[in-house]
Design a protein around this ligand. Sequence first.
Ligand code: ADP
Ligand code: ADP
Length: 226
Amino acid sequence: NSKIYVKDLNKVYHSVKGDTVAMKDVNINILENEFVSIVGPSGCGKSTLLRMVAGLDVATSGQIVIKDRNIIGPGADRGMVFQAYTLFPWMTVADNIKFGLKLRKIPSKEQEEITDKYLKVIKLEKFRNSYPKELSGGMKQRVAIARALANSPEVLLMDEPFSALDPQTRADMQLLIRQIWQIEKPTIMFVTHDIEEAIFLSSKIYVLTSTPGTVKKEVPVILPYN
Ligand code: ADP
Ligand code: ADP
């Protein structure tokens, strides 16, 4: 029951200044219901790895399989939450959450039910008709999480989702995503440079170490207490 399977993945960026090896022979296996963090120092290739799994960037060589399918480009099977708020500013909170459901022509009654469910999960029922500019940073990230989960993705991909938040909000968000994971058990791939955050949140950690720009090895750590 592998959900994300990454085999011998390599990424080289070519530019006029020369080649940058962003990742070398990375192997990762994320099982159903696992909360996996990818940690490592800045520049070790965490974002690159996540972008390739998201289908937003193309590997130089190697294989990425999401739930038995080789991926080619982005897809609704992967929900995404990034560091910078990516809500549509001209849409209300509810319409942001509904966005993917509308695209997929889900019946409107069902759209409402799903939206209500996730507004409750993120505790923003009262902000249903608010616009992103009326929300704090933490609230916006909660909406981004709801929007990603509303599509029932195979996996939830998160790239430093709480890094831009103040410490208190960040702690609140960590508790919330942990609670969501414990209740709904989504499969999560979570990129962070913060090892404490990874230990607090995850059921498994991959550590990417690096000489500049080059991933040397991955160490899966099974945390017994999650
Ligand atoms: P991390 O997320 O761990 O900080 P990144 O994945 O952002 O690391 O970057 C890994 C390496 O690849 C770095 O050396 C970075 O400068 C380089 N890199 C990332 N994106 C690009 C790009 N679009 N073009 C060239 N080099 C890149
Ligand atoms: P993060 O630290 O969150 O991984 P970065 O600041 O490394 O983010 O990268 C932000 C964006 O800049 C990414 O889209 C990445 O592809 C691009 N980028 C990073 N390093 C380079 C580089 N050396 N040359 C060109 N683009 C880069």
